[in-house]
Design a protein around this ligand. Structure first.
Ligand SMILES: [Zn+2]
Ligand SMILES: [Zn+2]
Length: 545
């Protein structure tokens, strides 16, 4: 990901940088909405790595009106729709001061879990009462005609000539989503709380004149956004492509920043979405695409990597349900780590892979060389090991590594084992779940063809004496044995699955055999082959029932 370092190069002589993002705290955080925060954090790390003083800000837009009926209890819909989020009571009885605080906490916790620690969180419900927004409210009201003209020119949105860019918190009913300002005398605004202004909330009909300052009103989103840029001196603000369309939210706010608040808007780094494949994501096995649910299966460094291994302008398709995408994500991460450590890897690597690995690490201060060199058990292999009751996973992994694990490697193993269990439970395809048939030769072995039996017999012979210890070595032996007998690899694997698992598919066969006691592997292969040590001819297959 050389793009973040390229960005640092662009702003190198522009002085200290302020990176900003903000979010409305309503509802659950979808995993896709983590792409922005991860990009922001990577930019911040890249700027700092390039010696540029950088502040990372994150705003909570909790003056926004409650507009999601589905997220309220039925009796709260009537009273709460249209009120500022920071004044809506928490719908769950778990100690938060408001609905906004509850949902903001979810994403603050999620960010922290991903190693994202903004220098400051700001809450718009705290900012407005300080009066800091008042100059922007005044400018917006004084230039209301210009704002209307900008909406018309940039977005083709036509507001009536009496429309003013402000929403008053109704003094009678407390709603902010239902009010419209129709006049401004330089100190006070005239507003109406209209029953039918929006469909999702019903205003009370109150009207009057009020001072718009000190938290009694809020700017509409496009103006509030541009005001945040001025107030906090924002220099870089990436946003999702949904806001970056022609005439869209970003264009409007850019124009308002320039023409109303007279400041150049921040640099944009537009980013594409993460598409979660398959509608079943939301329902099957009770798993959704909520960030905290994905985070139970994908540890923070792999989740950061998911977002950072593609440039921001590339859409990411992520379909973990019933696929091997999560194991492949780990494999890809391990490949970047190996390459960063200077080891040879198979396949291509994108330019800037070292930076991608570095910025995927949880701890920005981590020693990249040590992290890259750490031994990481392949996720798919681990997912299999943990399903075989008699396997001592740590011992097994140490044999693969060839030496004892360091404390850090042990921590990586433990984290992956937890992730693999969660993956098996929540997302894994059936073929990844297995039960080794220890006691009897499975009935499925009765359907082995002669050439498959011969293959199993040769495999048993080869494993005599000094059997392989690693999954890779077993895999190589399987291929060699199959090649010698001119048996296609696919049929060789099928023979192993039938003999050991009692079915026709399964995880990587080399890993499977490496996980098992070599004596058992040898005996079972021989037994299933129908060959006897003494006989040398296929005999009747001893099949249990
Ligand atoms: Zn709560
Ligand atoms: Zn009202």
């Amino acid at each position: 990901m050389d793009w973040a370092d390229e960005l640092a190069e662009r702003v190198r002589d522009a002085g200290p940088q302020v990176v900003n993002d903000s979010k409305t705290p309503s509802g659950t955080v979808h995993v896709g909405s983590l792409r922005g925060p991860v990009i922001l954090d990577a930019i911040t790390r890249a700027l700092r790595a390039n010696g540029i003083a950088t502040t990372l800000l994150y705003g909570v837009d909790d003056m926004d009106p409650m507009d999601a009926q589905a997220l309220l209890t039925p009796d709260a819909v009537e009273t709460e729709m249209g009120r500022p989020l920071f004044q809506v009571p928490d719908q769950e009885d778990d100690g938060h001061a408001s609905y906004a605080r509850h949902h903001a906490q979810t994403f603050i916790d999620t960010f922290a879990g991903l190693g994202i620690h903004p220098d400051r969180y700001y809450w718009m419900s705290d900012i407005y009462p300080t009066g800091d927004m008042d100059p922007f409210i005044r400018a917006a009201l004084d230039k209301a005609a210009l704002v209307r003209e900008i909406y018309r020119r940039v977005a083709n949105v036509q507001h009536p000539d009496t429309w003013h860019p402000l929403s008053v918190v109704c003094e009678n009913c407390g709603r902010v989503g239902t009010t419209i300002v129709t006049d401004w005398d330089g100190e006070r605004v005239r507003y109406e709380c209209r029953p039918a202004l929006v469909e999702w909330a019903k205003g009370c009909g109150h009207e009057g004149w009020v001072s718009p300052f000190g938290g009694r009103a809020k700017l509409p989103w496009n103006l509030e956004w541009a005001a945040q840029w001025s107030l906090f001196g924002v220099t870089i603000e990436p946003n999702g492509k949904d806001l970056a369309t022609a005439g869209g939210s970003r264009d409007r706010s850019d124009a308002i920043a320039r023409e109303v608040f007279e400041r150049e808007p921040p640099l944009n780094v537009p980013y594409e979405f993460l598409n979660i494949g398959g509608k079943k994501m939301s329902t099957s096995k009770g798993r959704g695409a909520a960030a905290h649910e994905i985070a139970e299966v994908v540890p923070p460094e792999q989740l950061r990597f998911l977002f950072l291994r593609h440039r921001p302008n590339h859409a990411i398709d992520f379909d973990p349900d019933g696929t091997d995408q999560i194991p492949r994500l780990f494999d890809e991460f391990d490949k970047f780590a190996a390459a960063t450590a200077g080891r040879e890897v198979r396949g291509d690597l994108p330019p800037g892979y070292e930076a991608t690995f570095r910025y995927s690490l949880l701890d920005p201060e981590a020693d990249v060389a040590t992290e890259a060199a750490a031994f990481r058990p392949a996720f798919g292999h681990l997912a299999m090991l943990i399903q075989i009751p008699e396997v001592n996973v740590v011992e097994r992994v140490e044999v693969e590594k060839g030496s004892p694990l360091t404390d850090r490697e042990r921590a990586i193993l433990d984290e992956r084992a937890v992730a693999a269990r969660a993956w098996l439970e929540a997302y894994a395809p059936e073929s990844a779940r297995l039960t080794v048939q220890h006691d009897i030769v499975p009935p499925a072995a009765a359907e082995l063809n002669e050439d498959q039996r011969a293959f199993l017999a040769s495999l048993a012979d080869r494993a005599e004496g000094d059997p392989p210890t690693s999954g890779d070595a077993w895999q190589a032996m399987i291929f060699d044995t199959a090649n010698e007998a001119s048996l296609p690899g696919k049929r060789a694997f099928e023979a192993i699955y039938r003999a050991f698992l009692g079915r026709t598919n399964g995880p990587r066969a080399g890993w499977l055999l490496a996980s098992l006691d070599p004596v058992f592997v040898r005996e079972r292969a021989r037994e299933a082959s129908g060959w006897t040590q003494a006989g040398g001819k296929p005999g009747p297959l001893p099949v249990g029932g």
